[in-house]
Design a protein around this ligand. Sequence first.
Ligand SMILES: C[S@@+](CC[C@H](N)C(=O)[O-])C[C@H]1O[C@@H](n2cnc3c(N)ncnc32)[C@H](O)[C@@H]1O
Length: 290
Amino acid sequence: MTLNSSSDWAEHLKHHWERRAASDLAEYFIAPHGFGDDDEWTEHGRRHATAALVGLETDWLSQRDILEIGCGAGRLAQFFVERTKSYTGLDIAPSMIERAQKRCGGAANARFFETDGLTVPAPARDRQYGLILSIAVMIHCPKPVIESLVRDAWSLLAPGGRLRIQVYADATDTDGLTAPPGAAPATAPTPRPDADASPPSTADELGSGDADPPNASEPPKNEPNRHQRSGHHPRPGSLPGEAELVDEHYMGYPFRYAEFAELMRELVPEPAQLYRDEPNCIYASILKPA
Ligand SMILES: C[S@@+](CC[C@H](N)C(=O)[O-])C[C@H]1O[C@@H](n2cnc3c(N)ncnc32)[C@H](O)[C@@H]1O
């Protein structure tokens, strides 16, 4: 398949994620940490959900509608629904949505919709959101898809709302790297003031950052993903087609820090607070003025 446009990419992503979601390894692709042990997997989700919401007051959150782009199997959603007025989860893979719905146990304030991978679908455009999150999703998306998602998410953010996203980083670019998770952001090449709350501390979503990122936006072929290379996570078995699902897991565009800063300036009119606490990803947190 030739991947010439953002819609080609979205179709490619949908196909691959749906195959992953329907496989026995679905939760492995969401978070290998704790894979095979439901309690441990859930505990990782709790920690990452807490990190995603850090700095946001409990009362503030409880009165907000929140949108998660790429809800996966509901690893974070199960904690978001407890803390917010309403939760809307989107995913490109319908089988992921089924899993997320089950995990959230039919919570009355939760709803889920399938997306085209580029925009927020019509049924979810019925409100403005106080918080829009996309964690461990854009790390798997090529640049044109990220651009489309960010632009559209921004248009649905309520005044006073916050957008928090995470993208894949070029691990050879040390700009913006901080010390251990939770530390204040270190030097950035183009630091800008940020109106948002204190920087979210970030949990170890991507492990210790011991892998090299791909060098281009094309999917990496026939290479173990970072989790297998690190040896910290269980190697999946040998279901038919499994190797391909694993090898193409990280299709994300590897941003250099300054490049991502520049892109965010193009995509959103407010300053983005960027930070890194490990080599493999860059986080952005942006406040829409009230
Ligand atoms: C690694 S999982 C993360 C799920 C969840 N955010 C979490 O942290 O547990 C990535 C999810 O993003 C979904 N996804 C990938 N690209 C997407 C896109 N362009 N739009 C919406 N969902 C997408 C995949 O189907 C998958 O469920």
